[in-house]
Design a protein around this ligand. Sequence first.
Ligand code: UDP
Length: 237
Amino acid sequence: MDIKKLEQRYEGKAKKVYATSDPAYYIVEYKDDATAFNGLKHGTISGKGVINNKMSNLMFQLLEKAGVKTHFVEQLSDRETVVKAVEIVPLEIIIRNVAAGSFSKRYGVAEGTALKCPTLEFSLKNDELNDPLINDSHIIALGVATEKELDEIRTLAYKVNDVLREFFAGIGVKLIDFKIEAGRLPDGTIILADEISPDNCRFWDVVTHEKLDKDRFRHDLGGVEEAYQEMLRRLTL
Ligand code: UDP
């Protein structure tokens, strides 16, 4: 793809986003920086950016094949990918299959407890407010998204869960929970954006329940780089 990288538009915790010579596209660049607990903990996971770029792109292609619209266009280099320019809906969309993390804490449910059905929750993407939980009526009342957009986001999120859960089961990985983000194309279509990687999914080995995700960094469990490498290895076997 003949596209030129222009000025940086945004720098997040794990990625930078650049404008390009074509306003319909951005280039994202994945970094090795890692943060946890809303930025309180900082660190580097060596090689993470390369792994997350590759893994996200494989996941987006898998999802596209299953009929999910995503922002993926083309990988440019180890750390860079061309994506469709979208306006991000400022929500963290979280799906859970098994209790863990903040859900376990909030409801006093042991980590690892299977849920009777997948759950969906939203947090408002706002670092200053610590990404507070937000319900559907609040989202609509505040104009964060319309009711129709929320319907589309919910359908998209559950579909992503169905496709990913089945796929990961096939490589011996249990998809515990994950966070996705949605974006609006200029015509208003809602598509899947952001990334799908061990940074924003919880992955457990099906047999040993070993954690293969950012929880190793969050809780100083050691073997952080190895866990990311292991996920990519299983994906590309
Ligand atoms: N998550 C994320 N970004 C956030 C918060 C959560 O990617 O700012 C992901 C996290 O990796 C996990 C899922 O969303 O896969 C659910 O996270 P949880 O609400 O349990 O929060 P945490 O325990 O990470 O604070």
